[in-house]
Write a protein that binds this ligand. Structure first.
Ligand code: NAD
Length: 295
């Protein structure tokens, strides 16, 4: 089978270039430049690198960005007060609070404090509920990126059987809702599987599309998939590799090498879903600057 690699890195670059073009037109017409805020608490290296990449991507697209850094010992009331200021800041179209937060801060309280109109991460229950109802909303970045990949590669989804592996609130659960929705991509018959699923292989073998968001390297093996399957691999797992510069390399949740020959389409790791996540955040910020979701 001629397997098509879904190139998330290239696609994300294309989306950023499109956004840059839009921003240039806005500038020429004297309109509002999209402005994203990011709050980074503590010094978790992974969070640092994610936020850096988000800010850099804003620059690439001509967006404004504001980064607010706070030490890990910030109190919850202090963080809530910052969110209140960002909610009221009229120039700021949307903002994110990078997760995870230190243990003494309740992530749910923080998420609930963000004005849903500025919730470009799409984590607020108002946005999640609107998504579930099929109303315009800020879609969570990773699912949004996956939908865009399916769309731009013209992958047929209507009437297909989609098996989602993993039920997290940021990936698995929203993916199951979006893929069963009455639109394109969507209109799938969806099976949402998780750690308590009795016979996972029986489920994945029936799948036309598999969305893997588990967090275990090489978990989906070739014997678990049928020929012609579309594979979306969300996993980002660090595995030790002494030959790699950093001492580790990134692997997905799918045994890429052995699943590849059976797949009609497959996303690599790295370079697949990951880069699309940032592109989606920028798209949401752009939509926020145009007030298109809630008005
Ligand atoms: P999570 O870590 O919150 O949960 C894992 C899910 O896997 C759970 O719902 C659990 O039920 C399921 N699971 C665990 N063991 C299983 C088993 N044996 N059989 C079936 N299901 C099982 O999930 P998450 O936050 O969605 O993260 C999943 C992976 O995706 C991680 O590697 C994470 O780093 C990655 N991720 C990548 C991006 C991206 O931008 N590419 C974004 C978010 C998460």
């Amino acid at each position: 089978m001629d397997t098509i690699i879904i190139d998330g890195k290239a696609l994300s670059k294309t989306i950023k270039e499109e956004l840059r073009g839009e921003v240039e037109r806005i500038k020429e017409n004297g309109g509002k430049i999209p402005h994203l805020g990011a709050v980074l608490v503590g010094d978790n290296p992974a969070s640092e690198s994610y936020v850096r990449s988000k800010v850099r991507s804003c620059e690439q697209c001509g967006f404004k960005s504001t980064l607010i850094r706070k030490p890990a010992n910030i109190t919850q009331p202090q963080l809530l007060s910052i969110i209140d200021d960002l909610n009221k800041d009229e120039d700021l179209d949307g903002f994110i609070v990078q997760l995870p937060l230190p243990e003494h801060i309740d992530e749910e309280t923080i998420t609930l404090a963000i004005n849903p109109k500025k919730d470009v991460d799409g984590f607020h229950p108002v946005n999640f509920g609107r998504m579930a109802l099929g109303l315009p909303s800020y879609l969570p970045a990773t699912p949004n990126g996956i939908m865009e990949m399916l769309k731009r590669y013209n992958i047929e989804t209507s009437g297909k059987h989609c098996v989602v592996v993993g039920r997290s609130n940021i990936v698995g659960k929203p993916m199951s809702i979006l893929m069963s929705g009455k639109s394109y991509p969507g209109n799938c018959t969806v099976t949402l599987t998780h750690s308590r699923t009795k016979d996972l292989k029986e489920e994945t073998l029936r799948a036309d599309i598999i969305i893997a968001a588990i967090g275990i390297p090489d978990f989906i093996t070739a014997d678990m998939v049928k020929d012609g399957v579309v594979i979306i691999d969300v996993g980002i797992n660090r595995v030790e590799d002494e030959t790699a510069k950093r001492g580790y390399r990134l692997k997905g949740d799918v045994d890429y090498k052995n699943v590849f020959p059976k797949a009609s389409h497959i996303t690599p790791v790295p370079g697949g879903v990951g880069p699309m996540t940032v592109a989606s955040l920028l798209t949401n910020t752009f939509l926020a600057s145009k007030n298109e979701i809630f008005d």
